[in-house]
Design a protein around this ligand. Structure first.
Ligand SMILES: [Zn+2]
Length: 466
């Protein structure tokens, strides 16, 4: 709905950095050429000549033996005769004809089932050439990994010699092969996209997805937004009409074309009157995460739900009638119905206390976590093969949904015990993940204050213009 690009001070890439290395090399070689010619031309004419030197030779640095710098007889231009100058200029223009020397480019888009040998053969290049190019140091073997949608650009001269080859891997990366005296040389040409911080905001009428679509956000970005706030807000159950969000995220551009989105830098989400704000911060180890303006992690130390379930088949209930025994037996966990073999994730970082078979629970995993918390995952069809004492990370698969033990259908029976007491996994207050390290706090505060101020400024500007 509302989207604006923040221009100016915060652009991370200057224009120059976008040029491929090749262009920079070329620019410098042209400059040398210009200076070489200037020495041969009357000084009064220098300025005029400068603009007449062809600045683009198709993005290619001529190899040493084909440089267009020889002007024939250097004494010719000693005369201050305009005709001689014209001739010298004409000579300078024609002495190097890249089309003749290097040939013309033929671009081939790689299709499914294509292989390098066949593509070379279609260009009338012999298997020897394929062999030479494929054996180019460092990059030759990449040609074995061509994929549909990428392209090969062949440059073949009058003699049928492959003088250059460009393997375009993506909009940003290509490998540039040049024929040398012995075989080929190759280099990687990488372009850095321009990153533009972009503001977007929206208000939810029916769903988060329709609101974020109106705001111009991609589905991926919407998923990321929901992921950041998903620890505090249940995007299935908690969302109400009138909830709103705003954010600044990165958009990546190359030569004015949008390549995709980068990271969300700062975002806030208002759910049922409560506003949550998250700032992205990368610490000195290079680890990135989202934090509240105070430096607390947006993540919790535990996943609320350790499985992608289809429905909750039985809630935590101390007075439940047991479905198998029909006697009053408390249900000390939550049952999440899910298809057999759905992965069961470790709710938090911890260690394996038990992974095996127990009466009633069937195949079951017990995990021990800090602060005397134990989580239990029962009725698994299969275990993930963890050993006792083994470390697990939050989100790691520990088992797969099943109906082993006393179960009437495939589901995960999940328990959350604190100091040995069963707590309701759906409502127990979950501890936050580790906050910003105290050593990082000063640096974080700077980033946090700046980003939140920017987000607020954008929002105010937007309100003022509406
Ligand atoms: Zn159960």
């Amino acid at each position: 709905m509302n989207k604006a690009i923040l221009r100016g001070a915060t652009r991370t890439n200057e224009r120059l950095k976008q040029f491929p290395k090749r262009h920079l090399l070329l620019a410098s070689s042209v400059a040398i050429g210009v200076m070489g010619m200037m020495a041969l031309l009357p000084s009064s004419d220098v300025e005029a000549k400068r603009s007449e030197i062809p600045m683009t030779i198709d993005g290619v640095e001529p190899s040493a033996d084909t440089r267009p710098l020889t002007l024939g007889n250097p004494f010719l231009s000693n005369k201050e005769d305009s005709k001689a100058q014209e001739e010298a200029k004409a000579l300078a223009k024609t002495a190097y004809d890249p089309e003749k020397q290097l040939g013309q480019w033929h671009n081939v888009t790689i299709k499914s089932g294509d292989n390098v040998a066949a593509l070379f053969s279609k260009q009338s290049l012999s298997p020897t050439v394929v062999y030479q190019v494929a054996n180019t140091p460092k990059y030759g073997d990449l040609l074995a990994r061509i994929r549909p949608g990428q392209s090969l650009e062949f440059r073949i001269n009058d003699q049928g010699i492959l003088t250059q080859l460009r393997y375009v891997q993506s909009k940003l990366d290509s490998i540039f092969f040049t024929k040398g005296d012995e075989g080929y040389q190759a280099e990687l040409v990488s372009l850095s996209p321009e990153v533009r911080p972009t503001y977007a905001s929206g208000t939810i009428e029916s769903s988060l997805f329709s609101a974020s679509q109106k705001a111009g956000l991609s589905d991926n970005l919407t998923m990321e937004l929901a992921g950041i706030f998903g620890w505090d807000i249940d995007f299935v159950l908690d969302i109400r009409s009138g909830d709103s969000f705003n954010l600044i995220y990165e958009e990546k551009y190359l030569d004015g074309d949008k390549l995709g989105d980068g990271n969300i830098l700062v975002a806030s989400f208002t759910n049922q009157g409560t506003t949550y704000t998250a700032i992205r911060y990368t610490d000195s180890n290079g680890d990135s995460g989202y934090y509240t303006p105070d430096g607390n992690s947006m993540r919790k130390a535990f996943l609320r739900t350790p499985v992608d379930f289809t429905r909750i088949s039985s809630r935590f209930n101390p007075n439940r009638l047991h479905p198998v025994f029909k006697t009053k037996r408390p249900h000390r966990g939550v049952d999440y119905a899910a298809p057999t073999n759905t992965p069961i994730k470790a709710a938090g970082d911890g260690r394996v206390k038990f992974s095996g078979r127990q009466n009633g629970y069937g195949n079951v995993v017990y995990l021990e976590h800090p602060n005397n918390i134990v989580t239990i995952y029962a009725h698994a069809n299969k275990l993930a093969g963890l050993r006792k004492g083994q470390k697990v990370r939050q989100g790691q698969t520990v088992a797969y949904v099943g109906q082993t033990g006393w179960a009437t259908g495939p589901h995960l029976h999940y328990e959350f015990r604190v100091n040995g007491v069963h707590r309701n996994p759906m409502t127990v207050k979950l501890p936050d993940a580790a906050p910003i390290d105290s050593k990082e706090m000063a640096s974080f505060k700077k980033v946090s204050e700046r980003m939140v101020a920017r987000l607020e400024k954008q929002t105010e500007t937007l309100v003022a213009t509406q």
